[in-house]
Design a protein around this ligand. Structure first.
Ligand SMILES: C[S@@+](CC[C@H](N)C(=O)[O-])C[C@H]1O[C@@H](n2cnc3c(N)ncnc32)[C@H](O)[C@@H]1O
Length: 252
C-alpha cells in the first residue's frame, strides 16, 4: 500500500468510525455468517476499525488479532492490534485458525504474496470484496457535491479504482488469485447484503468518512463542512437503502 493510502486511512480514522464503520459492520456480519468460529483464533487482516474481528467474536471466536498498516484506524483493546504490512506478518506459522480479509485484498498491488502469508498463519481464509460495478446514488451525489467544493480524487485512489480493486471484484479473477496463493479448495459466492443504511445523514457520513474523501473534508473550514453535509443530505432525501452485492471467498 502506498504511503499516501496509509496516511489517508490514518487521517480518516475518526470520520470512518462515525460513518463507514456502520456499513462495514453489516458486511462483516455477512462475511462470517456460516463460518464455524466457536473457540477459534482469528486474524483480522487489514482490520481497519476491526468490525470483522468484532463479528468473529460475536460468532464465538476465542481470540482475535487485528492487523493493519494504518495505526490510527486500528481498534484498541479488547482486541490485540498490530500495525504491520499483511505481506510481512509477524506471526509464527499456524498461529490462527481463520484469517478474515474484509475488503482489504483490493488494496494490494500484488495480492498473491499476501494470500500466501495469510495461508502460512491460518489454514482457513474468508475474504470479501465489492462486486465489480456496484454503486448507490449516494456515491454520485456526494461525489458531485464534493467536486463543487474543490475536491479532486487523490492519485492513490484513482490507481486503486482502475487496477487492484477491479481485479478483486471479479469472482473468477479473485478465485484464481486465491488459488495462486496456495489454497487447495476455493469457493466464491456473491451475496446481497441489505445494510439498513438509508437515512440521508447516514448516507452522507458513509461517503464523507471514506479514506479518499475524509482528509479533504477534514481540511475544510467547519462552516463549509457543515454546509456540504446539509447540501448532500438534502439531495439524498428519498434515496433507496444501501444493498451491497458482495463477493465472498472461502478457502482452505
Ligand atoms: C476498505 S478498508 C477495510 C477495513 C475493515 N476490514 C472493514 O471491513 O471495515 C481496508 C483496510 O486495509 C488496510 N490495508 C491495506 N493494505 C494493507 C496492507 N498491505 N497491510 C495491512 N493493512 C492494509 C487499510 O489500511 C484499511 O484499513
Amino acid at each position: 500500500m502506498s504511503d499516501a493510502m496509509r496516511e489517508a486511512y490514518d487521517v480518516a480514522a475518526p470520520a470512518w468510525r462515525a460513518g463507514p464503520a456502520r456499513l462495514y459492520a453489516r458486511l462483516a456480519a455477512a462475511l462470517v455468517d456460516g463460518l464455524d468460529l466457536a473457540g477459534a483464533a482469528v486474524l483480522d487482516a487489514g482490520a481497519g476499525t476491526g468490525v470483522a474481528g468484532d463479528a468473529a467474536r460475536r460468532a464465538g471466536a476465542a481470540r482475535v488479532v487485528a492487523v493493519d498498516l494504518a495505526p490510527a484506524i486500528l481498534q484498541r483493546p479488547p482486541v490485540l492490534a498490530v500495525a504491520a504490512d499483511l505481506a510481512r506478518l509477524p506471526f509464527a506459522d499456524g498461529s490462527f485458525d481463520v484469517a478474515l480479509a474484509a475488503f482489504s485484498l483490493g488494496h494490494l498491488t500484488d495480492p498473491v504474496p499476501v494470500l500466501s502469508a495469510l495461508r502460512r498463519v491460518a489454514s482457513v481464509l474468508a475474504a470479501s470484496a465489492f462486486a465489480q460495478g456496484w454503486t448507490h446514488p449516494a456515491k454520485d451525489v456526494v461525489g458531485q457535491v464534493l467536486a463543487a467544493h474543490g475536491y479532486r480524487p487523490p492519485d492513490w485512489y484513482v490507481a486503486f479504482k482502475a487496477g487492484s480493486e477491479r481485479r478483486i471484484g471479479d469472482p473468477d479473477r479473485l478465485a484464481a488469485l486465491v488459488s495462486a496463493g496456495g489454497y487447495g479448495s476455493v469457493a466464491v459466492d456473491r451475496v446481497e447484503v441489505a445494510t439498513g443504511l438509508a437515512d440521508p445523514a447516514d448516507l452522507v457520513a458513509w461517503r464523507l468518512g471514506m479514506a479518499h474523501h475524509a482528509p479533504f473534508v477534514a481540511g475544510l473550514p467547519p462552516t463549509e463542512r457543515e454546509a456540504l453535509r446539509e447540501e448532500a443530505a438534502r439531495l439524498l432525501d428519498g434515496a433507496p437503502p444501501v444493498v451491497v452485492p458482495m463477493i465472498v471467498v472461502r478457502a482452505r
